[in-house]
Design a protein around this ligand. Structure first.
Ligand SMILES: Cc1cc2nc3c(=O)[nH]c(=O)nc-3n(C[C@H](O)[C@H](O)[C@H](O)COP(=O)(O)OP(=O)(O)OC[C@H]3O[C@@H](n4cnc5c(N)ncnc54)[C@H](O)[C@@H]3O)c2cc1C
Length: 401
């Protein structure tokens, strides 16, 4: 039952180098509340500074080619970097930046000139990126984009963008740029009528409006944090065609390259994620006398705890299996598993911890991590709902549309 990760001899040597570097460069005074909305702008800036240092070293995006600012490391060494960062509870900073989703798409779909122009600032942690795909009528039905990007009538090397996005970005805005999916052709067939831009976020005509959401983002520690999202509106926004990634009818292909990574496959940053909620929950089961007593008196509860323990290991191993796969490797089964697992974990935690699982104040256990975990567990939408993921899986199995 020991699922702990052991380094090879070579990895262990490299881990020493990483630890030495982290000793010198990692911030020592970071406060990491479970609820991302409690993170101050100053804390965010500290994470950004750390991201830039990692970027300078090539360890913010260890797997990416060195010529664009990545580390050029193989999967085995990248695991070490990410594991050592995670051991210090730092997560891959800067938290909530969709650069990790946009960069693989650019690497795979952009021109050489665009790669040289866009990738270094992203891989070095200087630029931040938001993913702008969802619209009121284009969530699960993502191909139904209504935000239009049409050629300027006089200046043919420009597009004009109009429309709006919802549920995008983070509490830390504005970003440097958007990975922006649009409709470029009102006549062409579905999927062949889209265009993707890496658009500067400060173009005239763009408005960002914050949206407070129910889930609050336990994963400040592991890199994201959807505590607050935004609507972004485009009102006659003029943009040069040099920001178009792929052709002006290739948007679906570029979106697919991004979503493959978001769903847990592709050239995703390899890491075997720790789930801090699970770790804290098991510490309670092992050490809290009240919880221990409850488990001893109730074998069914004990079984359910073992069940979520096994589930947590499956999720880790599944991530390991998916990491570093070629871009078409796929991983919606992992994403779907993670969402369903989160719901199962939340149910078991509520039964085992009782009301403490829902406390976010002086009564809360472990600074309210369980309450934040419970809230996030019911949020299936980011990256696609389980139903949407099942549709993708069915296609992969050759039984879908
Ligand atoms: C916290 C959070 C973070 C997010 N971050 C981003 C982001 O950074 N960038 C971005 O672009 N978007 C983001 N989103 C949006 C997210 O991708 C969408 O919410 C998601 O794709 C679902 O779309 P929807 O909300 O329009 O729901 P809908 O598509 O309207 O779906 C509603 C319900 O109907 C079901 N359903 C819909 N169609 C089908 C079907 N054909 N078959 C079976 N069931 C179906 C769905 O599964 C769901 O249960 C985020 C959302 C949240 C909540």
């Amino acid at each position: 039952m020991d699922f702990s990760l052991e380094y090879t001899k070579e990895q262990a040597e490299f881990a020493k180098e990483v630890r030495r570097w982290l000793d010198e460069n990692a911030p020592k005074d970071l406060v990491s509340p479970w609820d991302i909305r409690k993170t101050s702008p100053q804390e965010w800036q500290k994470r950004r500074e750390f991201a830039r240092k990692l970027g300078e070293k090539g360890w913010l995006y260890p797997r990416f080619p060195r010529q664009y600012g990545g580390g050029g490391l193989d999967v085995a060494h990248t695991f070490v970097v990410n594991e050592e960062i995670a051991n210090r509870n730092l997560g891959p900073p800067p938290h909530y930046d969709s650069g990790g989703l946009a960069a693989p798409a650019i690497l795979n779909c952009a021109t050489e000139e665009q790669k040289k122009r866009f990738l270094p600032s992203m891989l070095k942690g200087e630029a931040t990126t938001w993913q702008l795909f969802t619209e009121p009528d284009a969530g699960t039905d993502e191909a139904n984009q209504q935000t239009s990007a049409l050629r300027h009538v006089r200046e043919k090397d420009h597009f004009v963008i109009n429309g709006g996005k919802i549920f995008v970005g983070s509490i830390y805005g504005p970003p440097t740029q958007f990975l922006l999916l649009t409709k470029s052709d009102f006549e062409a067939p579905r999927h062949g009528n889209l265009a993707m831009f890496l658009a500067p976020a400060n173009l005239p005509g763009i408005t960002i409006q914050p949206l407070d959401l129910f889930p609050s983002g336990i994963f400040a520690q592991v890199g994201s944090g959807p505590g607050r999202k935004n609507s972004v509106f485009f009102d006659d926004v003029k943009i040069h065609e040099s920001y178009l990634i792929g052709g002006d009818h290739d948007g679906w292909k570029v979106a697919d390259a991004t979503l493959t990574v978001e769903h847990g496959g592709g050239e995703r940053v390899p890491r075997i994620p720790r789930n801090p909620v699970v770790e804290k929950f098991f510490a309670q089961c092992q050490n809290n006398p009240n919880v221990i007593k409850r488990l001893q008196e109730n074998p069914e509860l004990l079984h359910s705890v073992v069940d979520v323990y096994i589930g947590a290991q499956i999720e880790r191993l599944w991530t390991l299996r998916n990491s570093g796969q070629p871009i078409r490797g796929g991983g919606p089964q992992l994403s779907m598993y993670g969402k369903m697992y989160g719901a199962r974990l939340a149910t078991v935690m509520a039964s085992v911890l009782g009301p403490y699982a829902f406390a976010d104040d002086e009564w809360a256990l472990d600074d309210g991590i369980f309450e934040t975990g419970e809230r996030n567990a019911v949020c299936f939408a980011p990256g696609g709902t389980p139903e949407a993921l099942k549709i993708v899986i069915s296609r992969g199995l050759g039984i879908g549309r």
